[in-house]
Design a protein around this ligand. Structure first.
Ligand code: WT7
Length: 671
């Protein structure tokens, strides 16, 4: 067991208190069948998942629910054909053309809210699909990189790709041009969709600048970008950097040409990829997580329906960014597949003040609210009385992305939810497509600090180093795995199937020849504990991934950015505790002989990180130290550095090759 996880077990809460879901919620819930867990038991696997696929419209039904002939490359609903854009848009038109798909709320509060109906979404998706196909030459199977903030044009671009059978790769808007370039190169995209700029915390951000860097860097790595398609945040006004002749085009200028265009949705085999989403792993190179069409969309729709309890009459608001998997599954694909009404908010959660979120909720009559522990902690900082000033009522509230401390959970439940709402703490990952552990809100009591048991059909198990099951209730932690495949599971890592097998199945698969899915537990990479009641408490990553404000970052990615600074000899990144963001990077570096440390060098190191990754990776501190603590075999002991950053007991250092440096660093950091 990784040492950081052992430490977490020590310091984490041990209480067991339960909150029953409100009766009013239970009565109306989408899923209140008490037998659902039996129905979705392993005895009924994999057929129990056909109900999920039945939530969609298929052009051709599947012949095989699950093909396990080539483990661990599971194939769901094989033989079936469908189109994600058709399922998210077209099929709602006969009954609900005029229903609101998205309320777009601009960050500037004085801007009117824009309601986009399913009919309007249909028109825009078709027009942009026509533009992609006829102007940019995008075909089925091509990859299209989309680097955009929270505007309606982002889901429009995604659905337009899906309509053509092209694979979108959305890059989080806050990522740097360099990070976008890396993803363009890996996915081999020759089209980039972007925007001139957007508003964040009251400031205009020129976003098109990043496209210029991205294209230049991508081309220097051999990937030519033929077309940069640029939306305008404020129609009629262009606020980005200069256009490059022949490469850049304003979508608006082509609009008249494609107005009214209609594009037949491609009939896609269920197992054709729908999108790539890059995420951080243990190495410096982000992995392109590849999701398929039929399984993914079924799972996103079903979990939106049964865990988030989204119904046709609800107004649902997920504050995540579409540039992460939460936004893909729970702002775009899940809610749209169900024909739901969602809020799409451009700005920061507390802009211009801590009442903003509640004003939006009140104004739009939002009754399902979805956010992260970091946002909750930051809202809590502004006081208990703010939510009470607004007249909104939530039936359900969700949290995702990081462990939520029980007292933060209680604040969410009591103060934000006014004790009226069911709360779900949903644990899952980019790789898993949708929720894995959570309470089913009408069926299970809530337990602050625990995500809950595996969802119906999901069978988690906690394994020790040797692969033995850790007994629930034993108080021991271990590595959380899922015994069985499920429809939302990723298909592979783009262009790197070996890394896929090694990363997620390498440790616990004992027989690589086995064709039995039971021999292939999926290893999530999180430490976890299970209590007697089956509830699971997530303790945090056990690999070199850190979680900053719910955003996943690879320590190796940060370190390689730092190592590009010529003065730096060695670098180690640690996740230090932060009261709001959960954790935040601190960087320890040693310099080449003869180099002097000064503020300018410090700044250069920070700049390198922001340049390579983006401001979300900005470290809290850069510590320039004479040497890094190492084992005799030369391994940098990040754990010791993390203990210093967090002012914890350092423990035994006698086995280090340079124990004296620990004292020196300690004096420097904590004088
Ligand atoms: C990692 C996945 C899931 C979508 C957003 C993040 C952590 C996620 C929880 C939770 C404790 C959580 C895990 C996981 N995580 N949800 N409810 N409680 N930890 O997706 O970027 O792929 O990150 O986020 O460590 O492995 P991601």
């Amino acid at each position: 067991m990784a040492e950081n996880v052992e430490r977490d077990i020590e310091v984490h809460w041990r209480e067991e208190d339960y909150y029953e879901p409100p009766e009013s919620f239970v009565k109306q819930a989408n899923l209140n069948d008490p037998h659902i867990y039996e129905k979705m038991s392993l005895d009924n696997f994999p057929d129990c998942f056909t109900g999920y696929a039945d939530l969609l419209d298929w052009f051709k039904p599947w012949d095989t629910v699950l093909d396990t002939s080539n483990p661990p490359f599971w194939r769901w609903f094989v033989g079936g054909r469908l189109n994600a854009s058709y399922n998210c848009v077209d099929r709602h038109l006969p009954q609900h053309a005029n229903k609101v798909a998205y309320y777009f709320v601009a960050e500037r509060e004085e801007d009117p809210i824009v309601a986009v109906s399913y009919q309007e979404l249909y028109a825009r998706v078709n027009e942009f699909a026509a533009l992609l196909r006829d102007y940019a030459g995008v075909k089925k199977g091509d990859r299209v990189t989309i680097h955009m903030p929270m505007v309606v044009e982002l889901p429009v671009a995604m659905l337009a790709c899906a309509r053509l059978g092209a694979i979108h790769s959305v890059v989080f808007g806050g990522f740097s041009g360099q990070a976008c370039a890396d993803r363009i190169v890996d996915s081999e995209s020759s089209v980039l969709v972007t925007i001139d700029g957007y508003y964040r915390n009251g400031k205009w951000l020129n976003h098109k600048e990043k496209a210029d860097i991205a294209v230049k860097q991508a081309e220097s790595q051999g990937q030519k970008v033929n077309h940069v398609l640029i939306f305008q945040r404020d129609p009629g006004h262009y606020g980005g950097s200069d256009l490059v002749e022949g490469r850049d085009v304003l979508v608006q200028e082509l609009e008249s040409k494609y107005r009214g265009a209609r594009v037949e949705p491609e009939s896609m085999p269920a197992e054709d990829p729908l999108f790539l989403m890059y995420t951080s792993g243990s190495t410096g190179k982000p992995k392109g997580i590849q999701h398929g069409t039929g399984g993914y969309l079924s799972y996103a729709a079903a979990t939106t329906k049964y865990v988030l309890d989204v119904k046709p009459e609800d107004v649902y608001w997920c504050m995540a960014d579409i540039g992460w998997i939460t936004g893909h599954s729970y702002i775009v694909y899940g809610p749209l597949a169900l024909g739901a009404t969602s809020v799409l908010y451009e700005g920061g959660p507390t802009y211009p003040d801590a009442g903003r979120a509640w004003r939006i909720a009140e104004r739009l009559n939002v009754n399902i609210f979805h956010t992260s522990p970091t946002a909750i902690r930051s809202l809590r900082q502004h006081g208990d009385d703010v939510p009470g000033r607004y007249n909104y009522h939530f039936k359900l509230m969700a949290t995702v992305g990081e462990p939520i401390e029980p007292d933060v959970w209680r604040w969410y439940y009591n103060v934000v939810g006014k004790r009226e709402a069911a709360v779900v703490d949903t644990w899952w990952q980019t790789e898993t497509g949708g929720h894995l552990c959570s309470t089913v809100p009408a069926l299970k009591a809530m337990k602050p600090g625990s995500a809950g048991p595996g969802l119906p059909g999901i069978h988690p198990v906690i394994l020790d180093e040797e692969g033995n099951e850790v007994t629930p209730g034993s108080g021991e932690g271990g590595s959380i795995c899922i015994r069985n495949p499920w429809p939302g599971i990723m298909q592979t890592i783009w262009k790197d199937p070996e890394r896929f097998v090694r990363t997620y199945y390498g440790k616990y698969n004992k027989n690589p020849q086995s064709k039995d899915w039971r021999d292939w537990p999926y290893m999530a990479g999180d430490g976890a504990m299970q209590s007697q009641d089956g509830y699971i408490r997530i303790l945090g990553r056990i690999d070199d991934v850190i979680n900053v404000a719910g955003h996943r970052m690879g320590t190796k990615e940060l370190e390689s950015a730092v190592l590009q600074v010529p003065e730096v000899a060695e670098a180690a990144v640690v996740a230090a505790h932060d009261d709001i963001k959960g954790s935040i990077p601190e960087i320890y570096v040693s310099l080449h002989p003869g180099v002097e440390a000064d503020d300018a060098l410090n700044q250069k190191i920070v700049d390198a990180i922001v340049h390579d990754i983006g401001p979300i990776a900005r470290p809290r501190k850069v510590w320039i130290v004479p040497d890094l603590p190492k084992t005799r075999s030369g391994k940098i002991m990040r754990r010791i550095l993390a203990s210093i950053s967090d002012n914890r007991e350092i423990g035994d250092v006698t086995t280090l090759s340079n124990p004296e440096v620990v004292e020196t660093i300690h004096k420097l950091v904590r004088p």
